[in-house]
Each structure stands twice: as structure tokens, then as C-alpha cells.
Write a protein that binds this ligand. Sequence first.
Ligand code: DC
Length: 226
Amino acid sequence: MYSVVTIDGPSGSGKGTICRLVAEATGFALLDSGALYRLTALASLNANIDLDSEAAVAALAEQLDIGFVAQDNYTQVILAGDDVTKTIREERVGMTASKVAAYPDVRAALLNRQRAFLTAPGLVADGRDMGTVVFPDAPLKVFLTASAEERARRRVQQLKDAGETDIDYAKILADIEQRDYQDRNRAVAPLVPAADAIELDSTSLSIDAVFQIIMRNLSELGIKPS
Ligand code: DC
């Protein structure tokens, strides 16, 4: 039987790092579902289609020509033959992703692609609705949060580490709050914890503490590091 660990939560909660650590420790595959929404957003921006047209964006999501290539310590993301690993992380792409992710037809178009990531021995799925919609039968579901201020501080640090100098904390915090609002209040698959999810707050828990809690829960389910 395949196992699925779902880790849902807002951006900046530490999901990406935790998912990678859990995938490494278990030998499970990794699904970064946010990347699929970001790729849909970038493809829509590149094609200059009307972002207010759900049908046009969904048609594009249906036909995305994408690839994920495992590199030493990151996953290279390809769109129509181009390396877009960095581009999909841009704020304009994130904002557009949050907009197009509210369209039910876009979510439906991406559903089977997400489920296709499940291979033996299992999958760590990172997103907003992994535990509620995409993998509702997952034996372990985690909902990881952190305060908006802490997530903004982490984003500032990331940008500094990337060599950026023109960093506006207030704007970053406002963007995070706007995206949270959009993701939490949309009608379809909003960002909410699954009823059977373990809720963890990484504002005060270190990445290692969160990782240890997840590994303990996996071990209680009989899933040991590979
Ligand atoms: O995790 P992220 O920041 O890369 O996600 C980008 C956007 O995609 C986010 O604002 C909401 C959306 N998203 C979603 O609606 N459902 C998912 N499972 C993952 C991401």
C-alpha cells in the first residue's frame, strides 16, 4: 500500500523545507502542488490570455507542457522546454497563481496530474488542499501555520540571502496577508485544515522540531525512515 503524507498551510509556513526533509527521510516522492498553480499562472501570463476567463486559463492548465527534474538539492521546473525554476517564484507569478487557483475548472484540470505523483513507496504532498481534496484518505495530514509577521520576516531573509537589497517589509507583509485572504476565502478548496489534520505552528517551533513531530507520527503509523 502506498502512503501519503499531506502538508498543507500558507506560504512561508515552512512547508517546502519540511516536505523536502520528510521526503528525503522516507524515500517518498515529493509533490509541490503550488508549483503547478504557479506554472499555470506563468503559462497564462506568457500566452497573454485573459486572466478573468476561467475557461481560457483552465484550457491552458489542461495542456501544460511541464517537467520536474530532480537536481542535487533542488527540483528544476521546466515549462515548454524552458527552465522556469526561478521565474515561477516571482511575486507577480505567486499573485496570479492565487487568482487562477480560485477557478474550479483550473483545480479540476490539475487534479489528476497531482494524483499521478503518487508512486511506491509513497508521497509527501505540499499544498493548500492536499488533505482536504486531493488525498482525502492520507493516513497522516499536517496543517502547518506561522504568523503572517513571521512569514514576512522569513521572506525578507530569503530575499537578503538571494542578494536583494531593495526589500520592503511592509509591502511583503501586505502581499502575504492579501494572498492568505484570497486562499482562505475562495469558494472551492479553500485553505483550511482537514478535520483529521495535526495542526502545528512554526512561529515558535524550529524546522527540526516540526520535522521530529512528523517523523514521530509516521513512526506511530509504522512508517520508518528508509
Ligand atoms: O505554495 P505556493 O505559494 O507555491 O502556492 C502558490 C499559489 O497556488 C497559492 O497562492 C495558492 C495556490 N495553491 C492552491 O490553491 N492549492 C494548492 N494545493 C497549492 C497552491
